[in-house]
Write a protein that binds this ligand. Sequence first.
Ligand code: NAD
Length: 497
Amino acid sequence: MQAKQLEISRLASVAPPTVQAIIDGRLMNAASGKTFPVISPIDGAAIAVLPECDAADVDRAVTGARAAFESRRWAGMPPKMRKRVVLAWAELIAAEALELAVLESRDMGMPIRMAEDLDIGFAVETLRWYGEAADKIYDELANLDDQVSALIMRAPLGVIGAILPWNAPAMIGAWKLGPALIAGNSMVLKPAEDASLVCLRMAELALKAGMPEGVLQAVTGGGEAGAALAGHMDVDCITFTGSAEVGRKIMTAAAASNLKRVSLELGGKSANIVMADAPDLGMAAAVSVDFMFGHQGQVCEAPTRLLVQRKVRDRFVDEVVARADALRIGNPLDLANNLGPVVNGSQRDMILGRIADADREGIRFALDGRAKTLPSTGFYMAPSIAVSNNPRCSLAQEEIFGPVLTVLEFDDIDEAIRIANGTRYGLGASIWSSNLDTVFHAAKRLVAGNINVNGGTGPVVELPFGGFKESGFGRDRSLHAIDKYCDLKNIIIRSSR
Ligand code: NAD
């Protein structure tokens, strides 16, 4: 562990390897020459300067992606060759896993273990999985009558724009890159301005792995670049993960331009239902705290509403508070720390504003993170736990995307289901009970794309991921994701005999 910590410290002083946009296989600055600084939330220091791409750069990237698609140098490549490229790419990323994890941690504050195992590790696993799938997917044949048969083929859409959030960019990026690329599309990747460095390096490594120039472009910048991609007349599909607010803008831009397809993975307010007959209340408390606070609550599926059956509420909340209070907060590159900073100063101010609103609503905090002494530089926050008996209160309704948990109570499972379904979101839900009947009853009625029972599992590429209601539509991960990046085409063949 000490050797690893020393290596992490060494890597933390290495300059980011890729700090330009990648268009047509070349590293480039914005045509305007504009740049923006990359500020580390660890200490507020600038660690890089990136091109601030605008509509002109996005247009260059889309033109390059279209040319690559039309040339068929990727779309026309045998799937087994695409497989080799994607697998080689995954291995190049794996070979730099710790370097990339340190870079991610410096860029947006994710604790180093999580950055290594979840963000980079799962990105590698995802690319391996889709790489392997590339040459194992077949299409359909329909025999219509004795003379006529039809091939029902998946055809790649063409140019896919992927717009990413900052909270786990390598992993979420891979969820989009893997299926879209193995299907033969070309892509323009637009990482978030708060977390671009790892994505840029991944795009550069794709070229090293043998991905033809122009197949994967990466443009840096913020809303201006994203909006230009969403409104571009020659982009066939936008695959987006981020806030509901920006998701709406993307749908509007798609409708106002070329009716490009859109898939949206948006926010959540996931309910975590703890019944008194949970198989292990101690484990339920431990998992709930890790899942909720692990990345400072900056996880779309984080179980931000803890619904506890009234008869065990006080006991369970005491345990959750004790565990959350014991988490060590500090530099995310220190292996001994559990939590790092939140992503930036304005996010911290927004979260503090939500807590102040709750104060004004008279909501009681069983744990008030504001009382904790924290590092004086950087954007650190400690976990807060509010206890309310009003499921409609603002803390229980609005996504905060920070370390603020709201505890609610209920008497029976039907009341819990009503509360759980009583938000505009529908991304995740959890239930803890040893009664199979209760579990199935709840799981069938909960409106959520991912339901964990008695701990379930962390993210896995084998399962589709996405939400209901205002959590968006379309699914990342699993073979289902490939369908987002293809359309069906019939080739109907008549024999003359
Ligand atoms: P955000 O919506 O602010 O930004 C996401 C991306 O959209 C960024 O790359 C940004 O530059 C870009 N963008 C901004 N304005 C745009 C515009 N007008 N047109 C096109 N693109 C534009 O989200 P964020 O703050 O990066 O991430 C946090 C949000 O993401 C939370 O709501 C969280 O729940 C959600 N999220 C969802 C999932 C999921 O899978 N459902 C996963 C992670 C995060």
